[in-house]
Ligand binder design. Structure first.
Ligand code: ADP
Length: 624
C-alpha cells in the first residue's frame, strides 16, 4: 500500500468527511476529466490514423454491486501518470495548508484547490481506476479506499482510456448516495452540468414505450433498454450568442476550469476580422493560491475548429491579464501548429491582440456599469494589473492607467484615477498620495492629518509597487503625483509660507545645530507647517521616497543599503519648538539628546526601525 502525499491526505479527509452539500458535482468533475483525456487523444488521432475516431464517454450503473462506472476512450494514464496524478493533489503543495486556511468552510477550501478527481470520495468509499495509456501495451489498476493509501497493480484492459468504478457509500440519514444509481438522476445531472461536452456521454436507459401492435384505444406498454446519448454535445461557443445564457456560461466555466465558484464575469464574443474566432473569457472569483508564484501558468485553451490543440496557450494573454481563463476556437489556425511556431504565428498574434483589447474594453465597461464587481475583481487581481502598468518601464501604462484603483481617504474605498481627478478642487494641482504598510498605518501618518483636515483626498499606497506605478505614470490627466510625505509638499497659502520662512530664519542656528548633532543621519532639519498634533516627521528630499527605500531594501538580492535623503521636519506650531529654542539657549547637551529622540521617533512613525537603539534608550532615559 502506498501513502498519499501529506497535503493530499488532508484534502482526501476533507472529501471523505465532507459536509459540502453539492456532492453531486463529482460527476461533472469525472466527466470533465474524461473529456480532457479524449481531447488529448483526438489531437493525436490527427496524425496517428490507427487511433479510432469513435470517441465517447460511457456511464453504467450496477444496482446490485452499488457501483457507478464512468469510462472514456481517451489518452489514458501510464503507471507513472497514475502515481503522479492520483497520488498527489495537483501541486496544491505546501502553500495550501498554511494557517490562513483554517476556519474556511469545505466549499471554500474545495473551491480553492479545484480537487477534481478526489471529489469522487465525497460519494464513494472505494474507487478503482483501470487505465491504459495511448501507445502502451499494459494496463494498470489504481485502487483506494481513502486516506490509508492506494495500490497500483497491473491489469488487463481493451483499448486506450480510463474506467473509473465508484463503490458508493452506504445511505445515511443525511444523504442518499443510492440516488446516483438511478438513471433519471444521472440523466438529469449530465443535462445540468455536462450538456455541452463535445463527446457523446452514453448510458443504457430504460424507456417505456407502446407495444407494437397493441390496440390504439387501449395501448399496452413495454420497457426497453437502449443506449442513449445524454448530452446535446454542442460546444457552448458554437451556439448563437442569443441562445447562451449567463447561467450556461457559469456552468461551463466551473466545468471546464475545475472551479467550484462561479466566475465574477463571463464574456462570450464572436470576432470576425483578419482572423475569425470565437472566445469565451472568464474572470474567476478569487486569486488562485499560486497566482503570484512562478508555478502559476497563464493561458487560454486553444481549439482549432472544435479540436483542442493546446491546454494553456500562454501567448494569448499578457501577464497582467494572466488571471483570465477561457477558450479560443478559430478555424483559421493550422491544426498541427507546434509550440515553437506558435510564438511567431501571425494569426495567434492577431488573436492575442484582439483578446487583450476585448478584456481591456470589458473591464472599462465594468468600471462604468458594474462598479461593485469591478472592485471585487481589482481586490483579487489588481496587483497583477499594477505590475503590468509598471513592467517594461511603463510600456503598457497608457492602456492600463484607467484600470487602476487605489484606496481613497475620502471615500474610504477603492477609486480610479479618473474618480480622483474628478473630485479635485480647482486649486489642487496634483494627485496626493501617501505610502505605508497598511491603510490603518497610513491613516495615522503625521503628515496625513493636516491634509485630511483641509479636505484633501489622499490615495493610500499599500502595495510595494504602488509608488513605482505612480512614478512610471508620472501624471494622470495632466496631474502629477505628489507624495504628502515629500519634503517639498506644502498646503500653505502665500502668507503662511512667508510666516514660516521668517520663523525659520529666526531659528536657523538652532536647526543647523540639530542637524550637526544628528551626524549625517538627515540632509536637513527644517520647520514645518505640515503637521497638526505630531511634533516631528521625516520626509524624503530626493527622487527616492522612504517607502521605496523600504521596498528596495526588502528585495531578495538587496544589500539593505538603499537610503532615501531624509529631512527631519519639526512642527512649527508645536510646543516642542519652544522647548528646543530654550534648550538651544541654555543647555546644548540636552538639546542633542532631544534631537536624537525626535529623529528616532520620526523613523518609527514612518515604519522604519530605530537606527541607534542604545543611543536612543540612553538619551530617552536621561531626558526623563
Ligand atoms: P485536474 O483535472 O484539475 O488536473 P484531477 O485531480 O481531476 O485534477 O486530475 C488529475 C490528473 O489526472 C489530470 O490532470 C489528468 O492528467 C489525470 N486524469 C484524471 N482523470 C483522467 C482520465 N479519465 N483520463 C486520463 N487522465 C486522467
Amino acid at each position: 500500500m502506498k501513502q498519499f502525499k501529506t497535503e493530499s491526505k488532508r484534502i482526501l479527509d476533507l472529501m471523505i468527511n465532507s459536509i459540502y452539500t453539492n456532492k453531486e458535482i463529482f460527476l461533472r468533475e469525472l466527466i470533465s476529466n474524461a473529456s480532457d483525456a479524449i481531447d488529448k487523444l483526438k489531437y493525436i488521432s490527427l496524425t496517428d490514423t490507427t487511433v479510432g475516431s469513435d470517441f465517447k464517454i460511457n456511464i453504467s450503473i450496477d444496482k446490485t454491486a452499488r457501483t457507478l462506472t464512468i469510462e472514456d476512450n481517451g489518452i489514458g494514464m501510464t503507471e507513472e501518470g497514475l502515481e503522479k496524478n492520483l497520488g498527489t493533489i495537483a501541486q496544491s503543495g505546501t502553500l495550501a495548508f498554511k494557517k490562513e486556511n483554517e476556519g474556511k468552510t469545505d466549499g471554500e477550501l474545495i473551491g480553492q484547490f479545484g480537487v477534481g478527481f478526489y471529489s469522487a470520495f465525497m460519494v464513494a468509499d472505494k474507487i478503482e481506476v483501470y487505465t491504459k495509456a495511448y501507445g502502451s501495451e499494459v494496463a494498470f489498476k489504481w485502487e483506494s479506499k481513502g486516506v490509508e493509501g492506494y495500490t497500483v497493480t497491473q491489469t488487463e484492459k481493451d483499448g486506450f482510456g480510463t474506467k473509473i468504478v465508484l463503490s458508493l457509500k452506504a445511505d445515511g440519514e443525511d444523504y442518499k448516495y443510492s440516488d446516483f444509481l438511478e438513471e433519471y438522476k444521472i440523466t438529469s445531472l449530465v443535462k445540468q452540468y455536462s450538456d455541452y461536452i463535445r463527446y457523446p456521454i452514453k448510458m443504457m436507459v430504460t424507456r417505456s414505450r407502446v407495444k407494437e401492435g397493441s390496440p390504439q384505444d387501449k395501448p399496452e406498454y413495454e420497457s426497453v433498454r437502449e443506449e442513449e446519448t445524454l448530452n446535446s454535445m454542442v460546444p457552448l461557443w458554437k451556439k448563437p450568442k442569443n441562445q447562451v445564457t449567463d447561467e450556461n456560461l457559469k456552468e461551463f466555466y466551473k466545468n471546464e476550469f475545475h472551479d467550484f465558484e462561479a466566475p465574477l464575469k463571463s464574456v462570450y464574443a464572436k470576432i470576425e476580422g483578419a482572423v475569425t474566432y470565437d472566445t469565451l473569457l472568464f474572470i474567476p472569483s478569487r486569486t488562485p493560491y499560486d497566482y503570484y508564484s512562478k508555478d502559476y501558468k497563464k493561458g487560454l485553451k486553444l481549439y482549432c475548429n472544435g479540436v483542442m490543440i493546446m491546454e494553456k496557450c500562454e501567448e494569448l494573454l499578457p501577464d497582467y491579464f494572466g488571471f483570465i481563463k477561457g477558450i479560443v476556437d478559430s478555424s483559421d489556425l493550422s491544426l498541427n501548429i507546434s509550440r515553437e511556431i506558435l510564438q511567431q504565428d501571425r494569426q495567434v498574434k492577431a488573436i492575442a491582440n484582439g483578446i487583450e483589447k476585448k478584456i481591456s474594453s470589458e473591464l472599462k465597461k465594468m468600471i462604468e456599469t458594474d462598479r461593485e464587481t469591478y472592485e471585487k475583481m481589482f481586490e483579487q487581481f489588481g496587483l497583477s494589473i499594477k505590475f503590468g502598468a509598471y513592467a517594461g518601464f511603463g510600456a503598457k501604462k497608457e492602456e492600463l492607467k484607467d484600470l487602476l484603483m487605489f484606496y481613497s481617504s475620502r471615500k474610504e474605498k477603492l477609486v480610479t484615477l479618473a474618480d480622483y481627478v474628478k473630485g479635485m478642487d480647482e486649486e489642487q494641482k496634483e494627485i496626493y498620495y501617501a505610502c505605508g504598510e497598511s491603510y490603518e498605518k497610513i491613516a495615522v501618518l503625521p503628515q496625513i492629518e493636516k491634509a485630511k483636515d483641509k479636505g484633501y483626498e489622499i490615495l493610500y499606497f499599500k502595495d510595494g509597487v504602488d509608488e513605482f506605478v505612480a512614478k512610471i505614470l508620472n501624471e494622470y490627466d495632466g496631474k502629477k503625483f505628489k507624495a504628502v510625505t515629500d519634503a517639498d509638499f506644502s498646503l500653505d497659502t502665500a502668507d503662511e509660507k512667508k510666516e514660516l520662512e521668517e520663523k525659520t530664519a529666526e531659528l536657523k542656528d538652532m536647526l543647523d545645530f540639530i542637524k550637526e548633532s544628528l551626524n549625517g543621519k538627515v540632509k536637513e532639519v527644517r520647520l514645518s507647517s505640515k503637521l497638526k498634533t505630531h511634533p516631528v516627521c521625516l520626509t524624503a528630499g530626493g527622487e527616492l521616497s522612504i517607502e521605496m527605500e523600504k521596498v528596495l531594501n526588502a528585495m531578495p538580492n538587496s544589500d539593505g543599503k538603499v537610503s532615501a535623503e531624509k529631512i527631519l521636519e519639526i512642527n512649527a506650531e508645536h510646543k516642542i519648538t519652544e522647548k528646543l529654542k530654550t534648550l538651544f539657549a541654555t543647555d546644548k547637551e540636552t538639546l542633542k539628546k532631544y534631537a536624537l529622540v525626535l529623529y528616532e521617533q520620526a523613523r518609527l512613525l514612518e515604519g522604519l526601525a530605530i537606527e541607534d537603539v542604545t543611543g536612543f534608550v540612553t538619551a530617552m532615559s536621561e531626558i526623563i
